[in-house]
Write a protein that binds this ligand. Sequence first.
Ligand code: DNO
Length: 355
Amino acid sequence: MKMTLRWYGEGHDSVTLQQIRQIPGVKGVITTLYDTAPGDVWTRERVHAMRTHVEEAGLEVTGIESVNVHDAIKAALPERDQMIENYIKSLESLGQEGIRMVCYNFMPVFDWTRTDLAKPRWDGSTVLAYDQATVDAMNPEDMFNSISDSTNGFVMPGWEPERMEHVKAMFELYRGVDEEALFNNLTYFQKAIMPVCDKYDINMAIHPDDPAWSVFGLPRIIINEANIHRMMKACDNPHNGLTICTGSLGTNRKNNLPEIIRGLKGRIHFAHVRNLQFFSDTKFEEAAHLSADGTFDMYEIMKALYDIGFEGPIRPDHGRTIWGEKCMPGYGLYDRALGAAYLNGLWEAIGKNNK
Ligand code: DNO
């Protein structure tokens, strides 16, 4: 595996490349062109500038999170083929610049969903949290307002104000798109982009839905092992792969994370590893990475990745906000650096034990 950190780009992140470079074992960042909208074409010039900027700081661009997918593709609207063509052009620019891992999601309207971005924890830190009962008492606009009011001035990925101004209209787009239709639209998209991925050896890594169930009645499909295998078969190309995100797939406690990993040898192209603490099946908060601090056995998760020969990028996922840091919720430096050190330690121990 290659240890990385997510970085939103100059001017969009409180963390600097210089700080990231000092985290032991981190050689690269997972970044994006944060000011682009879904459907925009990423030009080679812009990708080149991004890559050079990161390399000048002594790091590499190990992958992209995310090249977002336009709603016309997800909902099969008349512009979908045009939007797919634009997506292919963006992949072409990335491929030409030697960037070979792209994370994206196929969630309608919202990306990840949380009900609290700064829930105080017993240890004095604050964390992202989710409670289905709160969601049930809200409408989507309230959800957007509550999220945008508590981001410490940062724009959260997937919650860009321009998109959320049209929440109601966005819901209209998905009227009639059930899980089956969404699944077919995903396969259509994946099949269309595989030739460019084959040409440049780009690994596509779809991100699971977070939480792993329907929110506000919208269909969600990347939620369990059976659906993920179905997706892999429907577009059976090694470049069509998964981001194993323990904190997302793990929201459904029926999902056995190490088992899911073991069943996907060769098709996991990116790993987000973090821990959750549950209060009920639909109420949880994000914990420190340490196994003992939450519900997941991090050793078993890392061991499963090790055993399938995982060589792709991995990153500590959301961290707690600690030590008074002012940062985007979930994306501060301190707790993610602790997470990287811990995951590196597990990996080293598993490797040595295996010899
Ligand atoms: C949240 C992230 C997601 C993820 C996208 C991938 O913090 O894990 O926003 O980046 O779903 O497209």
